[in-house]
Design a protein around this ligand. Structure first.
Ligand code: PHE
Length: 357
């Protein structure tokens, strides 16, 4: 058969010079594909005499095999080259330092809430919670603050809107954590020992007041609870919290939900413009407290002839400022990253009962 030698050299040359896999595939189709040049040649075998075919058949087959082998070899070579190229292009230096990530801090209020919880947990108090949007029943009436009571006006309450024509009394943003007393008594009865930390709201704003702030409520109910228990628990708490012996001063006061009532000051000195807790002969008010009013126990479904309880409400932000030297309450809630970095805590500074932090 004529022309096989030139066919071989043409195709082997083309295959060798193929620049990429797509070109190579074109060459494969044109040479050994169904209508490829070599395939067409093979069809001619049918028209040959047996003698001619005996020579041309093996020669054509050999050519076809050779071209197929060259195609396969080139394909492998191009594949390797493509991979090499990718490896070069997608090279990555895994030893480079990672991008800096901003690290957050634990807010002093969160930290102090954890500390308070740890200390009271050690004295057998569990944690209760209630809603921040409260009914006026839980926030006022059940706590022996009826509609006409001046305490309602004094609380600078935020009222929620009602739909036009809806004449039910509006919900309020709770003005204190005391409504949790009622909710907890209703749900769990007596005896009990709980604290209820959380956010509270009053329309007030100056260096020592923000419209949102934090309180922790405390409540202990049993058949033999007295003011003496209250005083011991609070002194024990302050001493653990500030890490030093703290004296307290109980001043007679008035709350509608306690009788008798006392405001509690802690001992501190004000020398050199800084407040030091647990020394000196100054006093700082940190909480309101008293023996739970019989009407409040009743509102919670508890028989005041059998049970008594003490309750207190303490400003968390206030004691956080005292312990960690924060001068202005308002800065606590401005989300200034520089402030948060300075006063915030690392995630691993877990509060423990006696280390103070
Ligand atoms: N709820 C009072 C307040 O916010 C504090 C308080 C709580 C007083 C419990 C007595 C008993 O001022």
């Amino acid at each position: 058969m004529d022309g096989l030698d030139s066919l071989r050299s043409t195709w082997l040359e083309k295959i060798a010079g193929a620049a990429d896999e797509a070109t190579l595939e074109e060459f494969r189709v044109a040479a050994v594909g169904k209508k490829g040049e070599i395939s067409l040649k093979m069809r001619e075998l049918g028209k040959m005499s047996p003698e001619e075919r005996q020579v041309a058949g093996p020669a054509l087959n050999a050519l076809k095999n050779e071209v197929n082998a060259a195609l396969a070899a080139k394909k492998a070579a191009l594949g390797d080259a493509a991979l090499d190229e990718r490896l070069r292009a997608e090279w990555l230096d895994v030893t480079l330092p990672s991008r800096p990530r901003r690290q957050g801090t634990i807010h002093p209020v969160s930290q102090v809430t954890e500390e308070v919880t740890a200390i009271f947990a050690d004295m057998g108090f569990t944690v209760a919670e209630g809603p921040q949007v409260e009914t006026d029943f839980y926030n006022f009436d059940a706590l022996n603050i009826p509609g006409h009571h001046p305490a309602r006006a004094e609380m600078d309450t935020f009222y929620m809107h009602r739909k036009e024509g809806d004449n039910r009394p509006p919900h309020v943003l709770r003005t204190h954590t005391s409504p949790v007393q009622i909710r907890h008594m209703e749900a769990h009865g007596a005896p009990c020992r709980v604290i209820a930390p959380g956010r509270v709201y009053r329309a007030d704003y100056d260096q020592t007041h923000t419209p949102m702030f934090h309180q922790v409520e405390g409540m202990a109910i049993d058949t033999d609870i007295s003011m003496a228990n209250l005083k011991w628990v609070l002194e024990e708490f302050f001493t653990a919290f500030f890490g030093t012996k703290v004296r307290t001063r109980f001043r007679a006061s008035h709350f509608p939900f306690t009788e008798p009532s006392a405001e509690v000051d802690i001992q501190c000195s004000f020398e050199g413009g800084t407040v030091k807790v647990g020394e000196g002969d100054g006093w700082l008010e940190v909480l309101g407290s008293g023996m739970m009013h019989p009407k409040v126990l009743q509102a919670g479904g508890i028989d005041p002839d059998v049970y008594q309880g003490f309750a207190f409400g303490m400003g968390i932000d206030r004691i956080a400022m005292l312990k960690y030297g924060v001068p202005d309450l308002r800065a606590m809630f401005e989300s200034d990253l520089r402030w948060l970095k300075h006063y915030g805590f690392g995630a691993l500074e877990a509060p423990a009962v006696h280390s103070g932090v």
